[in-house]
Design a protein around this ligand. Structure first.
Ligand code: CMC
Length: 434
């Protein structure tokens, strides 16, 4: 399919007195690429690109983002429209299937999500084996990998069963997340209910208790839908690329997504939302709400500290998701009648950074993780579950990318090359002569 985007233009490359013509590709939204797929075969050279700053690993139809303009679309729809008008389930359907669902399709998909919500009872016993303070992301990653032992039929003919697998994962990851929280509190599990919507069901499993029934509020359900939609995909980020790379070895969807969850855990990626709240709490408790020390530390080249929730590999302006979340943050806190000093600190920090030469020069703006934790906290989700929430949101994106990769006629096992800079070949030294 990518071949239809190859233009008549070429880039010239001169090596060792020879000129090579490399095809130029222009994507659907005008992004330009030099096609180097035949480079090594033709020239004997590879390219070196640490962190894949300039490398397109695939062609994709799922998400488009423009880091210079600060725009983001899933399957051609602006994130602002989706966040305003859709539920997370509709967006999940859009990402996995490529089009927004009709009422009938949405009803069928929602029915499947309800049907698959239970966890095999043997899996529930796994939770008892984790120590009380086990990181929820470790539990989530292991449990998702374990799913393929309980639902092996899904791994035999994965592409044909993708719809079932997608629904099963979306539904069960929600149950796993809520159960791991209940287990960490030592409270009885609250089982999923067929009569509740996706987000309402999750909130009920998290917060209902025999002694304190949970009252589901529409505003809280709406806020959760919005947050999950905003996290649902972000093209070739670290965890999605991990899912694709692992899946490229033709491993099953569960194992690929389990690897993606591990990648997301990192504080430079999805783990940042938890780290932001910890930073804001520290500023509140130990600095009396004064952000300046943290800003100075972030600017100090001898200090490894970074202002968490700032900066992005792709966005060199405001992250569009951040703008929506910031607005939602004000709305949710007002509706729930919560006054959170951390929101004031976050706004103050943003203001200082946006006017500081260091951040301006490097195009460092608040990212999606900067305000999301404040909403999660307002709706009762504890810090150590924030990255699990990110995983729940990112799941449809991971599934869509795995599916696209699996069906790609240009598919190859992911296997980068390297430039070797170790010792040259040398004689072997037997152990008693070393
Ligand atoms: N605070 C202070 N300085 C920063 C920050 C920050 N948050 N982010 C980047 N810089 C500086 C960095 O030190 C470097 O400065 P210099 O040119 O003087 O060496 C310059 O900006 C470029 O940084 P980089 O590390 O080359 O940029 P990158 O594209 O490799 O990294 C990033 C992107 C997101 C990992 C990075 O900005 C960062 O560590 N941010 C904090 C963690 C964070 O909020 N992560 C969530 C990202 S968004 C959601 C997600 O992906 O999951």
């Amino acid at each position: 399919m990518i071949d239809s985007f190859i233009t008549d233009q070429t880039a010239e490359l001169r090596i060792d007195g020879k000129t090579y013509h490399l095809p130029i590709i222009v994507g659907a939204e005008g992004e330009k690429a030099i096609d180097i797929r035949g480079l090594r075969r033709q020239t004997g050279y590879i390219t070196l690109d640490s962190g894949y700053m300039n490398t397109g690993s695939c062609a994709s139809t799922i998400t488009f983002l423009d880091g210079e303009k600060g725009t983001l679309c899933y399957r051609g729809y602006a994130i602002e429209d989706l966040a305003e008008n859709c539920t997370f389930v509709e967006v999940a359907y859009l990402l996995v299937h490529g089009s927004l669902p009709t009422r009938q399709e949405l009803a069928e998909f929602s029915e499947m999500l309800g049907r698959y919500a239970l966890l095999h009872e043997d899996m529930i016993r796994f939770f008892d084996s984790y120590p009380p303070n086990a990181p929820p992301m470790a539990i989530l990653s292991s449990m998702v990998n374990s799913l393929c032992s309980f639902y092996p039929e899904m791994t035999e003919n994965p592409y044909e069963n993708i719809d079932k697998m997608a629904a099963r994962l979306l539904s069960k990851v929600r149950t796993i997340a809520a159960f791991s929280y209940k287990k960490s509190l030592g409270q009885p599990l609250v089982y999923p209910r067929h009569d509740l919507s996706y987000c309402a069901n999750f909130l009920n499993m998290m917060f209902d208790s025999p002694v304190r029934p949970y009252k589901i509020r529409d505003e809280v359900v709406a806020a959760l839908n919005k947050l999950l939609i905003l996290h649902a995909d972000h093209e070739q980020n670290c965890s999605t690329s991990t899912v694709r790379l692992v899946g490229s070895a033709r491993v099953n969807l569960y194992a690929s997504i389990s690897a993606g969850i591990s990648a997301l855990w990192g504080p430079l990626h999805g783990g940042a939302n938890q780290a932001v709240m910890e930073m804001l709490e520290n500023i509140h408790h130990y600095e009396n709400g004064d952000c300046r020390k943290y800003v100075e530390r972030a600017k100090d080249p001898d200090d490894p500290f970074r202002l968490v929730g700032f900066g992005h590999r792709v966005y060199k302006t405001f992250d569009p998701r951040m703008r929506i979340i910031k607005k939602a943050c004000d709305e949710v806190l007002e509706t729930l009648n919560i006054s959170d000093p951390l929101l004031d600190i976050a706004k103050q920090l943003e203001e200082i950074a946006l006017n500081d030469e260091y951040f301006v020069e490097r195009h460092l703006y608040p990212n999606v993780d900067f305000y999301s934790g404040i909403i999660y906290r307002a709706i009762g989700i504890p810090n150590n579950m924030f990255t699990v929430m990110f995983a729940l949101g990112r799941l449809p994106g991971w599934i869509a990318h795995w599916k696209e990769m699996w069906d790609d006629p240009d598919w190859k096992i992911g296997r980068p090359r390297q430039v070797y800079i170790g010792p040259p070949r040398r004689p072997f030294v037997p152990i008693d002569q070393r």
